[in-house]
Design a protein around this ligand. Sequence first.
Ligand code: GUN
Length: 285
Amino acid sequence: MTLIDGKATAASIRAELKVRSEEFEKKYGRKIGLAVVLVGQDPASQVYVRNKIKGCEEAGIRSFAHYLPETSSQEEVEELVSALAEDENVHGILVQLPLPRGLNADKILAKIPAAKDVDGFCAENIGKLALRERGTVACTPLGVMELLKRYHIPTAGKNAVVVGRSNIVGRPMALLLINADATVTVCHSRTENLKEECLRADILVAAIGKAKFITADMVKEGAVVIDVGMDRDENGKLCGDVDFQSVKDKASYLTPVPGGVGPMTIAMLLSNTCEAAERSMEKSL
Ligand code: GUN
């Protein structure tokens, strides 16, 4: 089994992006900027946001962190996002999800213009992905595709099974795999015969959100297994949706948690930010 090293791959991508962001600065006389909005104190979100800001530093991207209290009103958050939408130093806006209960996330995300939607969440960007047009693609599924590419794992004609149908991962993941000529099956909580569906996968993407859900009996010998999960095991230790210990003897390629897809999500966010910045300048020329 080959362990897919997302940590090392993400580090090389950040180094590539540093060159790109320096070129941008030389050409346009200003830095590429990413605004990150965190509302409330969710511990996992705090870690993600900290890592995103750290990633910006390493890639030569200027970050604007906005920490709002849990008690912020809908209007306050919407006003901040609207101001960032107007700010020409901000090329990308990321509102960390989930938002505290009581806030309407859809209405807040709707304030992000498609050109600054570096998460690729808005209808315009999802629509472009579905239509195979150039747009911004959600960071986690994009990171998975980048890992497949950099490890020379072919997708054309392969059976790809995505477990999970979320807007953030499962759906865009399925679209990307279709666009890469895989034969795609999407499974979810209502799927009958989940085990049999998974056993057909040459490429299995686990995005369920349940610790160690995918066990060796659900994996075909030699399958490529990509673990998108960020869960806690019975001892509170970070783990993925895949039972690594049993699956490692069956898979041909496997991503660990941590150090697999997670760092790639951030690398793709930085990449999307560079692209949004470059596109905005090309447009204004
Ligand atoms: N929360 C978990 N994953 C993500 C992500 O990719 N983007 C944002 N904005 N919030 C998240």
